[in-house]
Design a protein around this ligand. Structure first.
Ligand code: FE2
Length: 399
């Protein structure tokens, strides 16, 4: 283990029907709120009406900002910040998946900063750009509609700058939501593909930590294995029985725990697979969970010769495989094959060709990853370190 600070101040109100009580739950946060949601929000209209009505019943003035797209963009966030300033908004409410929640968190912190909120994003990991540290933020309330990102309970927001096509992240304890209202009933109408991509994304958050971490963390290893097994099991059951609130409840909480910090204590995780996936989303608009469905198996195959024992453990503990009659490396590749089979079985893409990304784009993709996410030595924060040649090799393995 390495030294760590564990801090998570989010008040979680969890359970079927809780979103209808939003007004009562958040009434102490102020008199004017900005509700943030998707540009295409028809499928959430009854939920939005219920939430806005409950806020208004408590005497709260409700402004709306329904502008968010998948892979959220910076421009609508700037517009939301302007509304907060002009209308003296007291708090921000995000109703949606990771894109909406990350936008709402960024609006909340951007409203308290007179410069461009992009100054706070880690658009380069070298010392050539000064990253502004946030000093204040409006209170934010998250009402997640898609179990996936843990944004409802973590201090991270990921946004694409639509002027530069850089997808980068902001990390600050100030962007923890004040209250997250997690109502699994909302998720019963989620389409199968979104449900599956959310599950793959949540699993990827654990895999990032499982492979790119400090050694000798037996408790965290076992917690991560339990969460992956749980999400894999529940994702299949939910896809077969989508209206089952009990199943939806369990996968929602399991997904939140995947990246809310508790499983990452003492292991100093990196997120190299996300850094490659972000470029695929920024350049080609690929759904976030699908980018991880594609990159994870390829990245695993690239590092397997150096981490074979870890992949054997993955196969045995997360997938229940008997690998005892194989060499360690054979077992590693068998485990990776089985993991890829799980991703495909829930209907998520596992190859770049399935999302129409050609080999001719690899050089540009790799250059973006290096420019945006690699350290001063040109490496991703991974174990083992992976530089540009490695990124190109991973992309080839993902074809
Ligand atoms: Fe993710």
């Amino acid at each position: 283990m390495v030294n760590f600070t564990c801090y998570n101040p989010v008040k979680v109100v969890f359970g079927a029907g809780e979103s209808a009580r939003t007004g009562k739950i958040v009434k102490d946060l102020g008199k004017t709120c900005l509700v943030v949601c998707y540009e295409q929000h028809d499928f959430l209209d009854s939920l939005l009406n219920s939430i806005c009505s409950s806020l208004e019943r408590e005497g709260i003035r409700v402004l709306t900002h329904y502008t968010v797209t998948a892979n959220p963009l910076l421009s609508p966030i700037h517009a939301g910040i302007e509304i907060c300033r002009a209308e003296k908004v007291d708090f921000v409410v995000g109703v949606g998946g990771g894109s909406v929640m990350d936008s709402a968190k960024t609006i909340a912190v951007g409203a308290c900063y007179e410069g461009d909120v992009w100054d706070m994003f880690m658009s380069r990991h070298d010392s050539s750009v000064r990253i502004v540290t946030p000093k204040a933020a409006l209170p934010a309330v998250m009402i997640p509609t898609l179990p996936a990102t843990s944004s409802e309970m973590n201090n991270i927001a990921v946004v694409t700058n639509d002027k530069t096509t850089e997808k980068s992240y902001l990390q600050s304890d100030l962007i923890y939501s004040r209250i997250s209202i997690m109502d699994p009933e909302i998720t019963c109408s989620l389409p199968a593909y979104q449900t599956a991509c959310g599950a793959v994304d949540a699993i990827s958050h654990i895999m990032e930590a499982y492979f790119n971490c400090a050694p000798d963390t037996p408790l965290q290893d076992r917690l991560q294995e339990a969460d992956v097994v749980t999400i894999m099991d529940l994702s299949k059951k939910v896809l077969a029985d989508p209206k089952n609130v009990a199943l939806r409840s369990s996968i929602m909480w399991a997904s939140t725990l995947a990246w809310n910090g508790w499983l990452q204590c003492g292991i100093a995780p990196g997120s190299p697979m996300h850094q490659i996936g972000h470029v695929l989303s920024a350049r080609f608009g690929v759904t976030h969970g699908a980018t991880l469905g594609i990159i994870m198996p390829a990245f695993f195959r690239y590092v397997a010769p150096q981490r074979a024992d870890r992949f054997v453990r993955l196969g045995e503990k997360m997938l229940g495989l008997d690998l005892s009659n194989m060499t360690e490396l054979e077992g590693a590749y068998r485990a990776i094959d089985a993991f890829e089979e799980y991703i495909a079985s829930v209907g998520v893409q596992t190859k770049l060709s399935q999302v129409n990304i050609p080999e001719s784009a690899f050089e540009d993709i790799a250059n973006d990853v290096v420019r945006i996410s690699c350290d001063a030595n040109g490496n991703l924060p991974s174990n083992p370190p992976v530089g540009k040649e490695g990124i190109l090799a991973v992309l080839k393995l993902a074809l």
